[in-house]
Design a protein around this ligand. Structure first.
Ligand code: FPP
Length: 263
């Protein structure tokens, strides 16, 4: 049987022939509460230590050459936590945006957000929007904060807008392809394909994070609680990722041939 050319379209945007570094890493930062509980401290302290890990990991990702890092900082469902915890998380976000402004701007990092950010209080939105605008042309790394974010919510929103375009006669039903759907999901439109999804704290769930984007992401679960997660833990996840073979539904031989074509 003659071997047909590999369907390289499956691989578009994913392969990195020069090395095995993921272009886009997403992190479900879990375990702040359990970390605090284990030390006999209030949950809020766990979130504060979690914010320190955010600083460490953003710096490490930039130094290592990761193109995009998305941190799941607050889910659509987190609004239902006790009001004082929600307030504390919002205050922490504001503090992070103000205190890290210099670090983000000095290091050529572009800040973006995904999620229903209009639901955030003005005291978070204002420094957030200011920093998004001030860093808009930066290109060393994209830091994406998923805020008031839910994967189902984002897909639902995309479905609604696609349906409206069909109703308006701007889009044919038969023209709705996965690419068209991706174009209606903000995170897929503005970020590189998700390559590696890390979840801390031993839980093995996606919990309504990048549902669409995770289709071909490699998953890495670690027992480490988020406040303890550091540069070494990130390196461990990246090393694990570099040993994986990503096939995107193809055979090993096809993937190998595509890689040869790219170099
Ligand atoms: C999950 O841990 C974590 C969160 C709901 C919030 C994540 C927030 C931070 C890491 C700090 C602020 C973020 C930034 C970007 C400055 P959990 O509380 O559900 O932990 P548990 O499962 O052990 O209770």
């Amino acid at each position: 049987m003659s071997s047909s050319p590999p369907p390289a379209a499956n691989l578009a945007g994913h392969l990195d022939p020069a090395g095995n570094l993921p272009r886009h890493v997403g992190i479900i930062m879990d375990g702040n509460g359990r970390w605090a509980n284990a030390q006999g401290l209030p949950r809020e302290v766990g979130h504060e230590r979690g914010a320190d890990s955010v600083r460490t990991v953003v710096r490490a990702a930039r130094e290592l050459g990761i193109e995009a890092l998305t941190l799941f900082a607050f889910s659509s469902q987190n609004w239902d936590r006790p009001p004082q915890e929600v307030f504390h998380l919002m205050a922490l976000l504001r503090r992070y945006l103000i205190e890290e402004r210099g670090e983000i701007l000095d290091n050529d990092i572009r800040l973006v957000t995904v999620g229903e950010t209009h639901r955030l209080p003005a005291y978070v939105r204002e420094p957030m929007v200011e920093l998004i605008e001030a860093s808009a042309t930066h290109s060393r790394m994209t830091l994406c904060l998923a805020l008031s974010y839910g994967g189902r919510e984002m897909i639902t929103d995309a479905v609604r807008r696609i349906a409206q375009e069909v109703v308006d006669g701007a889009l044919e039903v038969d023209a709705i392809t996965p690419d068209v759907v991706s174009q209606h999901i903000e995170s897929s439109r503005i970020l590189p394909p998700l390559d590696l999804l890390i979840r801390t704290s031993g839980e093995r769930r996606i919990s309504n994070f990048f549902l669409w984007e995770a289709a071909y992401a490699e998953l890495f679960f670690t027992e480490t609680l988020w406040p303890d997660f550091n540069r070494e833990n990130l390196l461990e996840a990246l090393a694990d990722y570099s040993r994986r073979e990503r096939r995107f539904g193809l055979t090993s031989a096809q993937v190998e041939a595509s890689l040869q074509e790219e170099v």
